[in-house]
Ligand binder design. Structure first.
Ligand SMILES: [Fe+2]
Length: 241
């Protein structure tokens, strides 16, 4: 099964700690293609308060799209722009002001925190986003210590927050605590999105096929279809999942 969606990666060149050049981005996108990915949500880091970053990211994104259209990938990959928002400071107003990209210009937003962030702050951030009409997705939830608490995770689910995990965590060693935890959540069908969180070819090159295979094998066809196809399609159509 191909036609996967990478919902989190840093492949816009020269805008964050991800890909450093158009050439590196094209090579990483070729790797995405080999991994069965056909839809790439580019989510460069952004911290609320960076007033010029979104415009610069948009310009670099357009350059990348042009390069893709002139490459061997023309017609086979679709690229979208979003952001991975650093949720340490309030982000609703910068979103309203157009200083941060929502995912594919819809209502979904991808938000990350420091791994040691308090649950109180994470919950307050998601609540304020939801109250303002945004649909938050927690980026790589395997990183946050406070969410290992069963009640904390359930509280976010009840609020309506979606969860993304990194493909490398799904396919990690079963001795890793993060991998065991994420696999448990996948078996319980509580994860909504997968992302490679690739930073280019130099750091965490994109890997999708093995994680997709693990999910198809261990989580059932119906949930695999949802996670790998239906949920990301909802983001692109800006519909509730
Ligand atoms: Fe990321």
């Amino acid at each position: 099964m191909d036609g996967f969606y990478d919902m989190h990666c840093h492949l816009i060149p020269g805008v964050d700690d991800g890909s450093e050049s158009i050439e590196e981005s094209l090579e990483a996108l070729r790797q995405e293609y080999e991994e069965g990915v056909r839809y790439v949500m580019c989510t460069p880091h952004i911290a609320p308060g960076e007033t010029a970053a979104a415009d610069c990211q948009r310009r670099q994104f357009e350059l990348l799209q042009k390069a893709v259209s002139e490459s061997g990938l023309a017609g086979s990959m679709k690229l979208y722009i979003g952001n991975e928002i650093y949720g340490a400071v309030p982000c609703v107003q910068p979103l309203k002001d157009g200083l941060i990209h929502t995912l594919a210009a819809g209502h979904y937003v991808l938000v990350e925190f420091s791994p040691a962030e308090t649950f109180r702050h994470i919950e307050r951030t998601f609540r304020s986003l939801l109250n303002s009409g945004y649909l938050p997705i927690a980026a790589h939830i395997e990183r946050y210590e406070c969410l290992r608490d069963k009640d904390a995770l359930e509280a976010l689910e009840e609020l309506g927050v979606c969860f993304q995990v990194n493909t490398a965590t799904v396919t990690g060693s079963p001795f890793l605590r993060e991998t065991r935890w994420v696999r448990g959540l996948l078996r319980e069908e509580r994860i909504h999105f997968l992302g490679t969180d690739s930073h280019g070819t130099h750091y965490r090159p994109p890997r999708m096929r093995e994680a997709a295979g693990w999910i198809e094998k261990h989580c059932g066809a119906e949930y695999a279809e949802k996670l790998l196809h239906k949920n990301p399609e909802c983001v692109l159509r800006d519909e509730l999942i």
